[in-house]
Each structure stands twice: as C-alpha cells, then as structure tokens.
Design a protein around this ligand. Structure first.
Ligand code: 9G3
Length: 569
C-alpha cells in the first residue's frame, strides 16, 4: 500500500478525552476515530488489525469444531420477555420500536436468539453436541464509556453457544473452548491469565475470565506466586484459620458515647486502637429484604460473596433514606437491636474477635468489650471478605499476589438456565424429552486490539506483534525527490510484496523526521529505510520492538527479513 494514498490521519497531539495509552495511540496512529462517546469508526489501519484478530479467532473456533453463523442485532422484545430479561435489565439495554411500534432490543448478547434458533430447528440427541458462534457488533449503553474501545457502547464480540445432552458433555465443550481461548490469546501475542470468576447475573456453575494483564485493567486478579491458582478478586477464596488461642475479655460490653465518631479512622483515633479491633457493619438491600454484613475493621467486604451467600438477584448498599426508615443510624451500625427481619451475616474472621468495638445502632454510641457469640449472634459466618496480598493460597498454601487485568474473554457454564425458560428440548435415546445443557463463550475482539496496544507500546508509539500488525514492513525512502532513493524503495516494495509480505511504502514528500516519527507511532514490526547509501544498494533494516538496526545490501535484504520475521513470529 502506498502511504500517499492511505487514509491514515496521524496526530501529534494527544486527544483530550483519551486517558490511557491504547486509547491515545489508537487515535493518534490513525486506527480509529470517535463518532460520539463510546462509539467508534475503524479507519483502514484499525480495520486491518481487527480482521487479523478475527481471523485468529475464526481459525481456532473452527478447529474446535464450532460452526459460524450470523445472528441479527435487532431482536424482538418477546424473546427477552420469555427469559425475563426484558424487565431485568435497565438503561444499559438499548431498546427501539419499529414502524408498527413493536418493541425490539439492539443485541448486547445473543442467548435468547440462539436458544430460540436451536429450539426451533434441532430436537434429537443425535444432532448434539453443537457449538454455534458469530463475530458481531454488540450494543450496551454503558453509563460511562471510557478507555476507548475497552469500554464502549458498541463493540465487536465473538460469542459462541454450546448445546449438550449432559453436564459431562458441557464440561467437554467448556474445556474445548477454554483450550481454544488459550491458543487464541497466545497467537495474538497477549500476556494473559485465565482466572476463576463469579458467574454473576447469568448464573450457571463455573466460569473463567481470560485477563490480559495491564495496570489499567478494571479487574483485580488474585494469583498464587507458587501454583497456577488465579481468581478474579470477586471470587478469590480466603483461607480461614481460627486463631490458636482466642483471648476473650471477661469485661461485659459497655456502651460509650462517641459523638460524631463514625469512620474506622475516627474510631481508631478515639479509642487509640487498630482497625482489626473494630467490627465494620454494612447495611445492604438484598432484593426486597435488608441484611447487615460484618467484617473486621481491617478487612473489606466482598459484596459478590455476600450476594451469592444470601442468593440475591440484586444486592445494593442501603440508601440513606432506607437506613432512616429502618431506624439505623449511619456510622453507628452494629449487630444490636436491629429491626425485625434484618438478618446479620459475618465474615469468618469476626468470630475470633475477643474484645471488639462495634456500633451500638444508636446515634453517637458504640459498644466496647464486644464478644461475638456472647453479645450477639449471626445468621451465619462465611467467607465474606476480599482476599488481600500476602494471604495464603487456598490451593497450595503459597502467597497470594495481585495484578490488574483487562477481561478479553469469558467462558460460562449456563446449564439449563435458558433452555428451560425457552423450551429448548431434545429427545434422548429413550425418546424422553430433556432440556439442552448450554455453555456460552465470549471474546472481546475490539478489546483485544486495545489490550495488545496497552501491552505493546513505548513513548514513541505502538509496537505491533507480527500476528496483529496492520502491515509487516514499512519501507521509508528518506527523500522521494532523490530518484535513486525513490527507485530503490519502489523496487524493494515490489520485491517484498511478491515475497508475500504486507508492505507499506511511505512515498509521501515529507521531511525525514516526520516520516520516522510516523513510522514509530504506527509501529510496524520492521522498517526498511532507503537513504544516503541507496547508490551503493545499502538500506537500513530496523526492528521496532528492539530498536536494533543493521545496514543490509538489497541483495541480502529478503533473507535478512526472513530471518527477522521468523524471530518475531
Ligand atoms: C444485557 C446487557 C448487558 C449484558 C448482558 C445482557 C453482560 C449480559 C453477560 C453476557 C454473558 C455471555 C455470551 C457471550 C459471552 C458472555 N452484559 N451479559 O447477558 F441485556 Cl444490556 O453477555 N454472553
């Protein structure tokens, strides 16, 4: 491709709204442009990268035996009413009406569509298992789109759905997708980890997220430094060991005035104690009831673990007015004199506290010398806290460390959640009707591009891995007015193209400095500079990733590039 013709509007300045490197660089390097918040146009260079990601995904999905289909983005509301999700989702679900005023959704995902498709066209065990996938634009009206295409309102996803006759069958389908994902992210050159995750709203037993490691990742991963255990912070199991000897105070609990002393910090100053001596009490609304969760003052409550424990669909912190209605004073919450029906759950570490300070559930009062079990009881003790760095690994006893990640893949075991609601049944070998056992598997295609840039850039621009690079080789004649340089660059461009490389020729009449800055920004793996030694047939061959460069005679150039290309793949 000749750069003088290419629609590649590179920018020197950093776009104001771009907070992270990949967003800044994808805009500056002319890969994409924002239409409106959270909605992007992919320019030629960006589309070439997207297509490379899609090709890797297609190859591995096909290799795993999945079959590609293409489902509509416009979905009738009736399907979402069948599964109850029409009412379950709020403004994030984009809805529209057709000319007859009928309700539709713009598909954020396709469980309903694919389950209705299979329900209506397959009903015997002989045709199972089957795995259908598509690569398609999804629509989710994110409340706060940010980080470019990492959290956008329109994005490209590969979504796959497996249908099996049994849970064993699902386990096999799941493992096959898990292995395909490992191959996909490896081939894309991403540094990633598969982590145990929480199944969230869509339920099902077991799920893994594939995280591209990155400091700007929205998710925190807890991983073991000794074994391969890794889990999303939401899910990471805490090893609970009762303290050896629990020293319990003899003193009865005592109500003390603590006017305006609300936060743990204020309590620590007031009582001159450490955080671990306090009981932090938080009030939640779990569906239509209220619960109080207790954790030790130096721990953080994990609300996903609480949500799963109380089996709530929706769990949210109680609002101020809800607290007022309950007669629970903000900042002085404790497991005492709670209104009827409010259940108390506590993290396991609370039961070992021997003389704690807790809110008295009365404005401006706390209790001291509180002994859990003696002075209050709870509905249940459970693992309710966030794991912290240095905790013990629940698998091998090693040390837990944290990393941040960008979720680029997510695999779920759905079971019969959708097939039951939508009547996707099959006749088994005994002619008995059974619900199909489903799994679903997503990959963020556009998000993978951003994750790749996050992991592969320096202060000068992007450093494309060979597998995703929009072109492989950048041929840069320093001065196109110099006939020798122009001719030699053209012949190299032709030669490398004939050899099967994807080549970009910077034939623009720009100053050398501009061309080199653009070349670094765009970040193709290999740059061939045709400059002052063109008359001797000598060109400079430079590897973007390492910066190493070498003068090479044009007769050896192809062999030289072949050597580099294999080392870069
Ligand atoms: C919605 C909206 C947003 C959503 C969903 C539904 C996430 C929703 C979960 C999934 C599960 C899997 C198939 C591919 C892999 C992920 N955000 N999810 O169901 F209506 Cl607005 O999408 N789906």
């Amino acid at each position: 491709m000749k750069q003088s013709k290419l629609f590649l509007p590179t920018l020197r300045e950093v776009p104001a709204e771009a907070e992270i490197a990949s967003h800044q660089l994808m805009v500056r390097a002319g890969l994409m442009r924002q239409l409106v918040s959270g909605v992007y146009t992919y320019l030629p260079l960006g589309l070439r990268v997207l297509r490379k990601v899609q090709e890797i995904v297609r190859e591995e999905m096909d290799r795993a035996g999945a079959q590609e289909i293409s489902m509509p983005a416009i979905q009738p509301a009736e399907l979402w009413q069948e599964t109850g999700r029409w009412d379950a989702y709020g403004p994030e679900l984009m809805r529209l009406k057709d000319r007859h005023h009928r309700d539709f959704v713009l598909g954020p995902t396709h469980e309903e569509v694919v389950t209705s498709l299979v329900r209506d066209n397959l009903n015997t065990y002989k045709k199972l298992p089957i795995n259908l996938y598509q690569i398609q634009t999804k629509y989710r009206d994110e409340v706060r789109p940010r980080f470019g295409v990492i959290r956008s309102r329109e994005f490209i996803m590969k979504d796959a759905y497996s249908f099996d006759v049994s849970r064993e069958g699902l386990d096999k389908s799941y493992q096959s997708m898990y292995d395909a994902y490992t191959r996909i992210f490896t081939r894309a050159g991403l540094t990633f980890r598969a982590v145990e995750a929480d199944a969230g709203a869509i339920g099902g037993k077991g799920t893994h997220e594939f995280m591209a490691l990155s400091e700007i990742g929205e998710d925190t991963i807890a991983y073991c430094t000794s074994c391969d255990y890794a889990a999303n912070l939401e899910k990471a199991e805490v090893v609970y060991k009762p303290v050896a000897e629990r020293t319990v105070t003899e003193a009865p609990m005592e109500k003390v005035p603590t006017p305006g002393v609300k936060t743990i910090e204020q309590l620590m100053n007031h009582f001159n104690m450490e955080a671990r001596q306090f009981i932090k009490a938080l009030v939640f609304k779990a569906d239509d009831r209220f619960v109080v969760a207790l954790v030790r003052g130096d721990h953080e409550l994990n609300d996903v673990k609480l949500k799963n424990l109380v089996d709530a669909n929706v769990l949210a912190m109680a609002t101020e007015e809800e607290m007022k209605k309950l007669g629970i004073p903000l900042g002085f919450v404790g497991p005492f004199h709670l209104p009827e029906g409010v259940e108390v759950y506590a993290d396991l570490a609370v039961q070992d506290m021997g003389s704690a300070v807790a809110g008295a559930n009365e404005k401006d009062y706390h209790y001291t010398h509180v002994v859990p079990g003696r002075d209050f009881t709870v509905q249940a003790y459970a693992d309710l806290r966030n794991i912290v760095e240095g905790d013990e690994c629940s698998r091998c006893g090693g040390h837990i460390a944290f990393a941040r990640g960008i979720e680029v893949g997510h695999v779920f075991k759905l079971g019969t959640r959708y097939s039951e609601k939508m009547g996707a049944k099959f006749l088994d070998e005994n002619g008995k009707e059974q619900p199909m056992i489903m799994g679903c598997y997503g990959i963020g295609i556009s998000r993978m591009v951003a994750a790749c840039v996050e992991q592969n850039h320096d202060e000068n621009g992007i450093i494309w891995p060979w597998s995703l690079a929009p072109y492989h080789i950048h041929v840069v004649p320093v001065n196109v007015k110099n006939e020798e340089q122009k001719q030699l660059a053209e012949s190299i461009y032709e030669m490398l193209g004939r050899a099967g490389y994807e080549v970009l020729l910077d034939d623009r009449p720009e100053r050398a400095g501009v061309k080199f800055k653009d070349a670094d920004l765009i970040g193709l793996p290999i740059r061939v500079t045709v400059g002052g030694k063109a008359s001797e047939g000598i060109v400079e061959c430079k590897v973007r990733k390492t910066g190493e460069s070498q003068d090479v005679h044009v007769d050896e150039l192809l062999a030289h590039i072949q050597h580099f290309a294999t080392s870069l793949q």
